[in-house]
Unconditional design. Structure first.
Ligand code: NDP
Length: 280
């Protein structure tokens, strides 16, 4: 029987735990505050930003919302980040991506103080993850580790194959699986014999950005499959990078899309906001 890893239920559990932690911190006089900046009004970004604000409200984190015009200059945005970096009452700063083309994303992400970088994208936090020091970890891969652990999937000693080497998913995922003592292989568009390499995996993490590309030919019988992809198919329904109907019957556990990895990303963002107290 294939187990469906329920990201909605696991993320709800994490948010409940965080809510308790935040109310304890409040009793000690510690309030947590997240500043969320959105430039422009891309509808998908607005949905993500609203979901983040709602999660803050549920957990008891104060959120400050900055909605800037599409034509806001890079200088103006940098100025705002510097102000928020200096404010003692702001624990986390999040700039919703993507940014308009005239703004250098890299420059903006590097301007956020590493101790307020709750997305975990600053080079200092990426470096900390690589050498096993304390820091913020990118939310999607951190959420995948929680999905695996809370579903009782053992990572230690397992063959873990990741498809994709992006800075926000593939690479931090590799570091986290390594930290959990998995044997890690990272594949990408130049990998030879991708199917063969993937079929070695006990745990296959797919972050390729291609709708339903991964079929059962890529999957070993009994493997655990984590699908990071999010796409809309021809009927405007959400689907992942994995062809779920084809793959689910042969694996031991799989994450659905929607309801798998997606909800975990916000839960881990909230986790990072709460952890910020420790780092600051
Ligand atoms: P990127 O486009 O940044 O990276 C895709 C990776 O896949 C690259 O490393 C690329 O290789 C590799 N790749 C592309 N085509 C192939 C191929 N044919 N064979 C092997 N490797 C290939 O994507 P992201 O990591 O940002 O995101 C991946 C997916 O996850 C997307 O669908 C995205 O929407 C989703 N996502 C979901 C999140 C969530 O909360 N659930 C959060 C973040 C992302 P190369 O480096 O060689 O180009």
């Amino acid at each position: 029987m294939t187990r469906i890893i329920d990201g909605k239920a696991i993320s709800a559990q994490i948010k409940e735990e965080l809510k308790v932690r935040v109310s304890e911190l409040k009793k000690e006089g510690k309030d947590i505050c997240l500043a969320v900046i959105q430039v422009g009004s891309d509808p998908a970004s607005s949905v993500y930003v609203n979901n983040k604000k709602r999660a803050c409200e549920f957990i008891g984190i104060r959120s400050l919302s900055y909605e800037l015009e599409e034509n806001t200059s890079e200088e103006k945005l940098l100025e705002m980040i510097h102000e928020l970096n200096d404010r003692a009452d702001v624990n986390g700063i999040l700039v919703q991506l993507p940014l308009p083309e005239h703004i250098n994303e890299d420059k903006i992400l590097k301007a956020i103080h590493p101790k307020k970088d709750v997305d975990g994208f600053h080079p200092q936090n990426v470096g900390a993850l690589c050498i096993g020091e304390l820091g913020f970890v990118s939310c999607t891969p951190a959420g995948i580790i929680q999905l695996l652990k809370r579903s009782g999937v053992e990572i230690e000693g397992k063959e873990c194959v990741i498809i994709g080497r992006s800075n926000i998913v593939g690479k931090p995922m590799a570091m986290l699986l390594l930290r959990e003592n998995g044997t890690v292989t990272v594949t990408h568009s130049r990998t030879r014999n991708l199917k063969e390499v993937c079929r070695r995996a006990d745990i296959l993490v797919v972050a390729i950005g291609k709708p339903k590309m991964i079929t059962k030919e890529y999957v070993k019988e009994g493997a655990v499959v984590i699908d990071v992809g999010i796409h809309r198919n021809e009927n405007n329904k959400l689907c992942g990078d994995v062809d779920y109907d084809d793959v689910a019957p042969i694996c031991s556990a799989i994450t659905p899309v929607p309801g798998g990895v997606g909800p975990m990303t916000i839960a881990m963002l909230m986790h990072n906001c709460v952890e910020s107290i420790k780092l600051q």
